[in-house]
Design a protein around this ligand. Sequence first.
Ligand code: CP
Length: 307
Amino acid sequence: MISNSTQVRLKHLLSVESLTDQEVMGLIHRGQAFKYGAKWAPEKEQYFATNLFFENSTRTHKSFEVAEKKLGIEVLPFDTDTSSVQKGETLYDTVLTMSAIGVDVAVIRHSDENYYEQLVQSPTIHCSIINGGDGSGQHPSQCLLDLLTIYEEFGTFEHLKVAIIGDITHSRVAKSNMQMLKRLGAQVYFSGPENWYDPAFEAYGHYLPIDDLVNEVDVMMMLRVQHERHDDHESFSKEEYHQKHGLTVERAARMAERAIIMHPAPVNRDVEIADSLVESSQSRIVTQMSNGVFVRMAILEAVLTSH
Ligand code: CP
C-alpha cells in the first residue's frame, strides 16, 4: 500500500513532461487512496465537467465519467454528432462556450497534436483542460494509471526493466510512458517493427529484438497497432506481425515469474498479444482499466482544487 499522500494542485493536465516527480508520485498516491476508499472534500458545492471526445474512446471517456460521478461532479454530456460542431463550430469555440456557461473542467481528446495550446493561452477560457489524448502526442492520464499499476506491483520504478513493444511511433501512450519511466529510474527498452521506431526514442532507452527482451524484463508493455494512423497502402499481415513482434504464448512462457504484461487497450487479440494472454495470471490489462478510474479521480481533484 502506498502511503504519504501529497495534495497536488494543477491548473491543467496537458502532458506528463510538465509534471514534477513529486506531482507524479502525489497523483499515484492519491489514486491508490481513492482505490482504498478515500473521499474528496470539495471546496465548492457544485462543479461541472464535460468530456469532449473528438476521437473514439471507451476506457478514457467512460472512466473519466465514472471518476467524475464518484466525486459528485455534474457531467454535461457532449456528442460531436449532435452539437454545433456539425455546423462548423471550432474546438476553440466549443471550449469557450463550455467555459462561459460555467464548466470547471473539460476533458478533451482530439486528433491534433498540441490542440490544447491555443485553449490554455486564451484569456477568455477559464476552465481547466485535461488532455485525454492528442493525436500521436501525449496521453498523460493513461501514463499515470500505468505508473500506478507498475508501482502497485513492484513498489518502485528504480532499476525496473520495462519493454515498450509495437507501434511506438504512432503511440501517445508510449511517448508519455518512455519519458516518465526513464525520469523515475526505470530502464526502458523498445522493440517492434523498425519502420515504426524513431531514433529519437534512443534518448529514453534501447531497441532490441523481442526475443532478447522477453525473459529479461519486469514489464512487457505491448502497444496496439494503430491502423487508423497508418498509410492505407502499407501491407500488413496479422499472423506475420504476431509471430515477428507479438507476445505469443511461446514467448510469454519465457517471461520471469514475477514479470507482468501490460497493454493500454483496446487490444487487437492475436496481433500484438495472444488472445489467451489478455486475461492471464501475469496480465495486468484489466487492472489498468480499473486503476484508470482512481487515477482520474486524483487528476480531477488536483485540477478542481486549484480553482
Ligand atoms: N487506452 C485508451 O486510451 O483507450 P480508449 O481509446 O478506449 O480510451
